[in-house]
Ligand binder design. Structure first.
Ligand code: HEM
Length: 638
């Protein structure tokens, strides 16, 4: 008996080994057939078990001679593209390479020409939505679907992303940025020339983005501590905007939203039934936030349905969820042939807009502020452009239509572009070769055939620093052969690239997928080669929110730098009294230390959903009224 069980187990084991080995061999053969350099790895980089346990295996593998693992281990390590940048593409002598594991085959590319073809041919290279499946936890959405279902989601959701709503978002971003600045100065009694050292910039920019997304997604006015809701706020909305949780809730709406976003990894990984039983504080926090968020969503959906059914006209402003409810329950149901979302899909889309539009925008503002503190020359140039465009005028009078293009064409737009180039929130965009048939693609100037079902990772971060597609010069800062690892907004004024230019029609662009149709960057600025600048992806599946994201970000920079400068805090090395007693040379040396530390900290960013400073890492800064700076007005500081 025992021996037949053992024999059975032996056969099962042998069969498993055979299946793995033959899958691996077949993937290696397919990789070889593409003609691209390839790497053989024992497990796929995106295998969830590997991603959760890589920290355990990494030192064990690295205990072997380096020559054995250096050619392949890198691609299995999360964040390799930010840490090693061009290194492995250079070593392999190609802008594209294939990774063959027992279960999968994936091409990684930072070749702008290949990226451009892939993003334009949506049917041949659809999105790899399997990698986003977990994000459908509150319902499926435009981000997590493909094919005809995606088309339906995209058509319904894109209706909100128009210029009228971009103008409303511009005004809300101005209000929220002023709220953040007021909070900083209120903490100093309102009259100081400088804030104390701010160690919470990452958290504050998250709150800033959350408050704006509360408005964009739900038409809500979310408040900074100490602010009051404006007179005449719809009583139904008061409970969502209030500083205190309403009866029946443990958290305010803003807290529940922030809690869900903060606990997103826990919510993705841990079974929800188990979550409420676990005795750990992180599990409790995730459970409470999720429960309250779902309760808010159910009430919100109900309130919006009541409004629509009572025939209340839509409120002036942006409110994606209200618009989705209206598209389902509003007049004209079914008669206009327009697709209708299920209630769960309305909630799924509202959640995805919040997720997609929150951290991405917050990180971009956070890193831009740090880079500007780190690059006083860029900051002074930015302030000159803000002065030229707005002078002393009150930001609440700034007109979107009149100013948006000029802002994008100025150093305001250049600084945001440069952050999106260097530290994009989304560093990799997952695609797949359609399962229907093999696809031909020109890679590195040669025609290659990619097998059906093969994964493709567009390595956006590396494409945006690829010297084969970006004009470069030697770095003045580091002496490196190219300046593509330097934050230099001036590059956006360089002579036009011969490869840049107007949008080209996508393969299936006969259809209108909604969203903003213009370019990501101003027409009067440097136009990168198509496929070499893809912070919002490109083609029919590009980011729906890219226009409003740009609008929020330029509004924030203009408001902040009209009246203030941002400086790195130097408390780690000198007290305020010591700085006051220093001569110019000594101050410069001190600031250079802070710049080195800031650069090193930014280099430690890692991707957890998006690329950001994790694990409590931060760069301390101060916001200073213009004219009272201690460092950044010094012309000798670059
Ligand atoms: C700086 C800010 C932002 C960045 C860098 C960014 C980046 C991206 C990228 C790279 C994608 C493509 C993902 C993929 O194909 O795998 C994407 C998709 C998307 N983004 Fe954004 N995003 C930003 C802001 C926003 C905002 C503010 C919203 C909405 C309020 C938004 C909504 C979406 C949606 C709905 C999609 C899915 C589109 C589709 O698949 O059809 N994003 N975003």
């Amino acid at each position: 008996m025992v021996s037949s069980v053992l024999a059975g187990m032996g056969v099962a084991l042998a069969f498993t080994v055979y299946v793995i080995a033959s899958g691996w061999r077949s993937n290696i053969q397919k990789a070889r057939k593409t003609g691209l350099p390839y790497i053989i790895v024992p497990i796929h980089p995106f295998n969830p078990a590997w991603q959760l346990t890589f920290w355990f295996w990494k030192p064990l593998i690295m205990a072997f001679p380096k020559s054995w693992w250096e050619g392949w281990l890198f691609v299995l390590l999360p964040n390799w593209e930010y840490v090693t940048r061009q290194e492995h593409f250079k070593r392999l002598g190609s802008d594209s390479f294939v990774v063959a594991s027992p279960g999968d085959l994936t091409m990684f590319t930072n070749d702008a020409d290949a990226i451009h073809q892939i993003t334009m041919r949506r049917e041949a290279f659809p999105k790899d939505v399997a990698r986003y499946g977990v994000l459908a936890m509150f319902g499926s959405s435009v981000l997590t679907t493909e094919g005809s279902v995606w088309r339906m989601h995209r058509k319904v959701t894109s209706a909100s992303f128009n210029e009228k709503n971009a103008a409303h978002t511009f005004a809300e971003a101005i209000r929220q940025t002023r709220g953040m600045i007021d909070l900083y100065f209120r903490m100093e009694g309102g009259t100081a020339n400088s804030t104390k050292t701010i160690t919470t910039l990452e958290h504050d920019t998250m709150t800033w983005a959350l408050n704006i997304i509360g408005y964009v997604g739900f038409g809500l006015r979310l408040l900074w501590p100490g602010q009051e809701l404006p007179e005449g706020t719809d009583p139904k909305l008061v409970k969502y905007g209030s500083h205190d949780p309403p009866p029946g809730f443990s958290l305010t709406f803003g807290e529940s939203l922030a809690g869900v976003l903060d606990s997103i990894v826990t919510l993705l990984v841990v079974n929800w039934g188990l979550l409420k039983l676990l005795p750990f504080s992180f599990a409790k926090k995730a459970h409470v936030a999720k429960e309250d968020y779902l309760k808010y969503m159910a009430e919100f959906l109900h309130d919006k349905m009541e409004d629509v059914q009572a025939g209340s006209p839509p409120k002036d402003g942006m409110d994606i969820m209200g618009q989705l409810v209206r598209s389902k329950y509003g007049k004209g149901d079914g008669k206009d042939g327009q697709a209708k979302l299920e209630d769960s899909e309305i909630i799924g889309n509202a959640f995805i807009m919040t997720l997609a539009g929150h951290e991405t925008t917050a990180n971009t503002l956070h890193f831009t502020l740090l880079e500007l503190a780190n690059n006083p020359l860029a900051q002074r140039r930015l302030q000159k452009d803000v002065d030229r465009l707005f002078g002393d005028s009150d930001p609440s009078t700034w007109d979107y239509e009149k100013n948006v293009n000029a802002m994008l064409a100025s150093h305001i737009g250049a600084c945001i572009n440069e952050t999106l180039r260097m530290i994009p929130a989304v560093t990799q965009v997952p695609k797949i070769v359609s399962a229907d048939s093999d696809q031909a693609l020109v890679v590195g100037g040669e025609k290659r055939v990619l097998p059906a079902g093969m994964g493709i990772t567009l390595v956006a971060l590396c494409a945006q620093r690829n010297p084969h597609f970006w004009p470069t010069k030697p770095s003045e800062r580091t002496g490196a052969a190219t300046d593509l690892d330097d934050y230099d907004p001036e590059r956006w004024y360089r002579v036009d690239s011969s490869r840049g230019g107007d949008s080209e029609e996508a393969e299936d662009e006969g259809e209108d997928y909604g969203g903003f149709k213009g370019e990501n960057t101003s027409a009067s600025m440097f136009r990168p080669a198509r496929g070499s600048f893809i912070p919002f992806s490109d083609g029919p599946r590009s980011c729906l929110g890219r226009r409003i994201a740009m609008v929020e970000l330029i509004a924030a920079l203009a408001v902040i730098f009209q009246k203030y400068s941002i400086e790195l805090a130097v408390d780690a090395w000198a007290s305020d009294e010591q700085v006051a007693a220093m001569g110019a040379q000594e101050r410069r040396q001190l600031y250079r230390r802070a710049q080195d530390k800031c650069r090193a900290t930014i280099d430690e960013a890692t991707t957890v959903i998006t690329l950001k400073l994790n694990g409590g890492k931060h760069v301390p800064v101060r916001l200073v009224r213009r004219g009272s700076e201690r460092f950044v007005r010094d012309e000798a500081l670059l």
